[in-house]
Design a protein around this ligand. Structure first.
Ligand code: ATP
Length: 433
């Protein structure tokens, strides 16, 4: 990580706030622990990440369809999935400093990692947020905020299969909010209690699951190249027997080398027929697939790919952040950049602002662009570098003579002159997905 320092996280938190990527939630009330809001640039980056995922998972493939299921689901869903009973983390408290830890993330025999104090015995803590449906607040009206999007896919397996006439193998993809009452949230947006997931469940014939598992491992690792993440900062982490979730036959995490260590950004799981079988049992509905090739009926196996939008946004920020002697640059892939092009008049006279505004207006129909006329052009370049804008267009005195502008490339800092009426066709292939 050339040019990076150990306080990189502090720098990213500060840049994110100053430039409008990420704000602390409810900041004017003092904030709320580990909840964040995305600002004008953050929401663009987030949408671009989601669009990249959706495009590669849904639009570019004939075998995957998308859905958007509700956050609130029938409470039996979470009994069937095992979440009511088993979605728990072991919680320990320090009796001295009162800090809380997940017993599986520390060595409890060594006492409190913060002050060395004595720890309580672990208590199992369910991570699902509970609320009530309707006006009566009793056990019969409990509903949960979904802790993962996957269950919305399982309960719609038949609806999607029937309405799209898909045959196995096929997948269902979804992007949406999930909520977990995490015991130890932290590291900025790495672990929060409200976050967004991008999950895909791939339904396959039993016996072909291991092959598909290998396939999806490779596909997903390769996808990070499109997200612009450096290979050397990615690795696979296979789950050992003790780490495997109750439903999984095999699992691999894709990990990223964050400033605070290697950590999971995506999980690829062979979930067998666990989920569909459980929903079949709990709902009493036949969820088997009729295989037209051999006339058999069986419950499909599932290979899942599951990642978090917020965690990937943090990954792109960390990976793109570059300090050079004269500037800080976010070297995003151009299609991820929140602003695609900035337009500057060299000076605020001689008709330059008018021409620049005209260019801005035209480009605004296609891309998110930004007009800036304040400060020296050098300073305006630096401001755009810091938020990752791939191109800056300057209207200067030559523009008045020959209707050309300079286009400056963020990474090479080279400028070229092109005709005003060619700007759009120049930018389109360079900033589009
Ligand atoms: P951990 O063991 O770290 O709690 P997990 O193994 O339970 O995570 P999964 O259930 O596999 O995580 O979730 C899939 C993906 O969803 C993760 O790789 C991550 O990108 C994202 N994710 C999960 N929990 C959170 C969270 N609290 N905040 C942000 N993203 C999350």
């Amino acid at each position: 990580m050339a040019g990076k320092t150990s306080n990189l996280m502090d720098k990213l938190v500060s840049l994110s706030k100053r430039r409008g990527f990420i704000f602390q939630s409810s900041e004017i009330y003092g904030g709320i622990n580990s909840c964040y809001d995305y600002g004008p640039l953050g929401v663009e980056l987030k949408n671009n990440i989601k669009h990249l995922w959706w495009k590669s998972m849904v639009y570019e493939r004939p075998d995957i369809e998308g859905i958007d299921a509700g956050i609130l689901m029938h409470p039996r869903v979470w009994e069937a999935s095992g979440h009511v009973e088993g979605f728990t983390d072991p919680l320990v408290d320090c009796k001295t400093c009162k800090m809380r830890f997940r017993a599986d993330q520390i060595d409890p025999s060594r006492g409190c990692p913060h002050c060395g104090g004595e720890l309580t015995e672990p208590r199992m803590f369910n991570l699902m947020f509970k609320t009530f449906m309707g006006p009566v607040e009793d056990e019969a009206h409990v509903v949960y905020l979904r802790p993962e999007t996957a269950q919305g896919i399982y309960v719609n397996f038949h609806n999607v299969r029937e309405s799209t006439r898909k045959k196995l193998p096929f997948g269902i993809a979804q992007v949406g909010k999930a909520f977990r009452n995490e015991i130890t949230p932290g590291n900025f947006i790495f672990r929060t209690r409200e976050f967004e997931q991008m999950e895909m469940q791939y339904f396959v014939k039993p016996g072909t699951d291991e092959e598909w598992f290998e396939y999806w491992k490779e596909q997903r690792l390769r996808w990070y190249d499109r997200l612009g993440i450096r290979k050397e900062n990615l690795r696979f982490h296979p789950h050992g027997k003790e780490e495997l979730a109750h439903y999984a036959k095999a699992a691999f995490d894709i990990e990223y080398h964050f400033p605070f260590g290697w950590n999971e950004i995506e999980g690829i799981h062979n979930r067998t027929d666990f989920d569909l079988s459980r929903h079949q049992q709990y709902s009493g509905k036949d969820l088997r697939y009729y295989d037209p090739e051999n006339g058999e009926k069986y419950v499909p196996y599932v290979v899942e790919t599951s990642t978090g939008v917020d965690r990937l946004l943090l990954t792109t920020l960390v990976d793109a952040y570059t300090e050079e002697p004269e500037r800080v640059v976010l070297k995003f892939k151009p299609y991820l950049a929140p602003i695609k092009a900035a337009i500057f008049p060299l000076v605020k006279r001689d008709g330059m602002p008018e021409i620049a505004h005209k260019i801005e207006e035209e480009l605004r129909q296609c891309f998110k662009v930004f007009y800036d006329e304040s400060g020296s052009v050098g300073r305006r370049y630096r401001r755009q570098d810091e938020v990752g804008t791939p191109f800056c267009i300057t209207v200067d005195s030559q523009t008045l003579e020959d209707q050309t502008v300079t286009i400056r490339n963020r990474d090479t800092m080279q400028q070229e002159r092109i005709a005003v009426d060619r700007i759009r066709e120049y930018l389109t292939p360079r900033v589009s997905l």
